[in-house]
Design a binder for this molecule. Structure first.
Ligand code: SF4
Length: 364
């Protein structure tokens, strides 16, 4: 696989005033015209977000890239796994670029293909592997998606994880769900799987810290990955915000812990959170449990509602934040001068198998 080392963009970019950076990005965007498609995830900082041709969650952005066949350069302002998905879904001649190669995802990094393959082999003496259907959240590496694709499994998103679980249990006896424990647990609860049939696979422990009997009776095995941003929300915060404002509605992302999701009024993907707020009448009060850039943008877009973060401290995706105006400009300057930097390429074999898992999701 390609190296993720980011070269230093140099002081001319790092020390430039933000106002100048933004003016130069606007000029380069215009110069590159119809060759260019800038995609921005909802968690992106505003100074970068304002240059997006398309905004959305990771899968929507990857699909938009695939539809924009006339755009040669896809600059993906998100994190590494998102740019990989875009490369898998786009045509060979389209070039996907991540402005800073260090913009990874801590959750995706918690489940390498090698770790997952070792766990899979540990299960072999206990259960028929053909009866285990692997499901991976889209927040995972292309290599893990390929592992899942090879074993009759599927990708899922935070919007369709419940459907994916139900589908998987119609195909086999058990589901092995990667990498997010909490999305898996919340989805299992939503589709009525009893908690005693859901077990956690702890990395680094024999049999993931389970007994052979527990694994044999489990319906769902959850990998112990998590999102460092959504783990910052707590049930105590839900109680505190309700005490301060009895009329508040609490909405959280399903990457939050189960007790937070259960204490909230609503839970859903970033797109579902945006929809719920956008459809609410003036005067509504919301406490939102997701990344701070999205929460701030909602508050700014709907000033007639009271919208704040569920957490009193800012919950920021620090890796996504690495895509800043300086790196975006550096990327566009290079493109305008005929150089391609930071291209994200998934090798053909991995891409084919990962695409199988992505296609399976679309057909569920
Ligand atoms: S918010 Fe969490 S899951 Fe999303 S990219 Fe950041 S670390 Fe990964």
């Amino acid at each position: 696989m390609q190296s993720l080392a980011q070269i230093d963009i140099g002081p001319a970019y790092r020390e430039e005033q933000e106002k100048q950076l933004l003016a130069r990005i606007a000029a380069r965007k215009q110069e590159l015209g119809d060759q260019l498609l800038i995609l921005c995830h909802h968690y992106q900082q505003d100074s970068v977000f304002s240059f997006a041709h398309v905004t959305g969650d990771s899968l929507k952005l990857a699909r938009q890239a695939a539809l924009a066949t006339d755009r040669r350069y896809i600059v993906f302002c998100g994190v590494h796994f998102m740019a990989e998905s875009a490369d898998i879904l786009t045509a060979d001649e389209q070039i996907v670029i991540l402005p800073d190669l260090t913009a990874g995802c801590s959750m995706a990094d918690m489940a390498s293909r090698e770790q997952v393959a070792a766990a899979w082999q540990e299960l072999a003496p206990l259960v028929d592997l053909e009866e285990i259907i692997p499901i991976t959240y889209v927040n995972s590496s292309a290599r893990l998606k390929a592992f899942v694709g090879e074993r009759n499994g599927s990708v899922c998103t935070s919007s369709n994880a419940e459907r994916a679980l139900t589908w998987a249990l119609s195909q086999g006896e058990k589901v092995f769900f990667f990498p997010d424990e909490h999305l898996g647990r919340n989805s299992a609860q939503a589709v009525g799987i009893p908690p005693e049939q859901v077990v956690l696979w702890s990395r680094g422990e024999p049999l993931g810290g389970n007994s052979a009997a527990d694994l044999r009776q489990a319906k769902v095995i959850l990998w112990d990955g998590y999102c460092t941003v959504h783990m910052q929300f707590s049930e105590a915060q839900v109680r505190a915000v309700r005490q301060a404002d009895p009329g508040v509605q609490v909405i959280v992302h399903p990457e939050c812990r189960q007790e937070v999701v259960q204490a909230a009024d609503f839970y859903g993907s970033t797109e579902a959170i945006i929809k719920a707020v956008s459809e609410s009448p003036a005067g509504s009060s919301w406490a939102v449990g997701t990344e701070i850039n999205l929460v701030r943008r909602l508050a700014w877009q709907y000033p007639d509602q009271k919208i704040r973060s569920l957490s009193p401290v800012d919950c920021l995706c620090s890796t996504m934040y690495r895509i800043d105006p300086a790196h975006l400009l550096w990327t566009l300057d290079n493109l305008a001068e005929g150089r391609i930097v930071n291209q994200i390429r998934v090798d053909e074999e991995t891409a084919d198998q990962a695409r199988t898992a992505l296609d399976r999701m679309l057909n569920i």
